[in-house]
Design a protein around this ligand. Structure first.
Ligand code: ADP
Ligand code: MG
Length: 363
């Protein structure tokens, strides 16, 4: 339905979107998450041409949006957008906010538009507010009117840009409920949101945006439970981490341990956990010993307050080698100690690196 290829957007010299390619099918609900300033709004705005992309192409149902002959108002109607700040016409009632576009852009008769608008207001739970002006509505109600107005244009795709960010927390759920309902009815939607629980259960796919692109994408399960790339993990788990890189068998274990102890103190971890961590790192380093004369091993320890876990990742460059396989290890006892102390231990070959992951509960 939507095919984006090599989409880039620059503002002056600043590249905000860098070579985005993706395909979105009919009926998909895609949540777009990521830190602020990473181009999420710009991406949506490029899709419906509120911003003109610097390069690349956007094809919707076979129509090239960047072709000069493309009917832009028609595209915006087909792919309508809901904004954080509602953008209702203050001088029009809720009903008239809906009928206006139907009459002007869809060429609908007044009565028919009014009838349909009332149905849509009913759909978002606001039929009794048809004659109210935006000023007389709460934030949540305004946003529901804005969604109804968007639906009035009979869009095939809806773009939501942080639809609940301007709302009082008590009003977030009424708006999310309406969006959930649309998802259930099969509407194709792209939703920029900071509501992680909502993103997790409403979407078919999640895009994590970072560095001006779709840094990682996957099912909600993949992105929220097993994000593969570092910045995604940090964002999802809001982790704080400690890094160190070891490239010689004669590394200074005492110095490294001292740094880990400082990290544990900063994270306010119990002493007992700190000691467990030191032991694990030492054993894990030992398992990597055969690699240290030729390769670099990167250690990263991350603390996720949210999950109450400590995660140790050891990544090594070079050929495929699994340091935690019983056939490779020079130290079976060490491996047993690690296995007994951790909740998760696994090996993956990922992006050309060997990666061992240990997860340790905070309790
Ligand atoms: P997000 O929605 O992820 O927070 P935005 O898409 O709003 O990010 O912005 C991405 C970057 O582009 C930011 O650094 C922002 O300052 C910049 N930017 C956005 N719009 C403009 C504009 N019209 N002119 C110049 N810079 C802009
Ligand atoms: Mg934004």
């Amino acid at each position: 339905m939507i095919k984006v290829e090599h989409l880039s957007k620059k503002f002056g010299d600043v590249t905000v979107l860098n070579d985005i390619s993706t395909t979105i099918s009919k009926g998909e609900v895609i949540s777009i998450i990521g830190p602020s300033g990473t181009g999420k709004s710009t991406f949506l705005r490029c899709l419906n041409l509120l911003e003109h992309p610097s390069s690349g192409s956007i094809i919707i149902d076979g129509v090239d949006l960047l072709d000069r002959r493309t009917n832009v108002p028609k595209i915006r109607q087909k792919m309508n957008m809901v904004f954080q700040s509602f953008n209702l016409f203050a001088h029009l009632t809720a009903l008239d906010n809906l009928t206006l576009g139907q009459i002007r852009l869809l060429g609908m008769g007044k009565d028919e538009a009014a009838r349909k608008s009332l149905d849509l207001l009913r759909l978002v739970g606001l039929a009794e507010k048809a004659d109210a002006f935006p000023d007389e509505l709460s934030g949540g109600q305004k946003q529901r009117v804005a969604i109804a107005r968007c639906l009035a244009m009979e869009p095939e795709i809806i773009l939501f840009d942080e639809p609940t960010s301007a709302l009082d927390p008590t009003m977030v759920s009424e708006v999310l409920a309406v969006i959930r309902r649309l998802a259930k009815d099969g509407m194709t939607m792209l939703i920029v949101t900071h509501e992680m629980d909502f993103a997790r259960d409403v979407s078919s796919r999640v895009f994590f945006m970072e560095e001006g692109g779709i840094y990682e994408e996957g099912t909600p399960q993949q992105i929220f439970e097993q994000p593969m790339r570092e910045k995604t993990r940090a964002f999802i788990n809001r982790v704080r981490s400690f890094h160190c890189s070891i490239s010689s068998p004669d590394y200074d274990l005492y110095a490294m341990n001292a740094e880990i102890e400082i990290f544990c103190e900063r994270q306010i971890l119990p002493k007992r956990i700190g000691q467990k961590l030191l032991l694990l790192v030492e054993e894990l380093l030992h398992l990597h010993q055969p690699l240290l004369s030729t390769e670099t091993v990167e250690f990263k320890i991350s603390h996720s307050e949210k999950h109450g876990t400590l995660e140790i990742v050891a990544e090594s460059s070079g050929d495929e080698y699994n340091p935690i396989s019983l056939t490779n290890t020079p130290d079976e006892l060490g491996l047993n100690i690690i296995t007994a102390m951790t909740e998760t231990i696994n090996y993956q070959r990922f992006e050309g690196k060997n990666r061992v992951l240990l997860v340790l509960g905070e309790k």
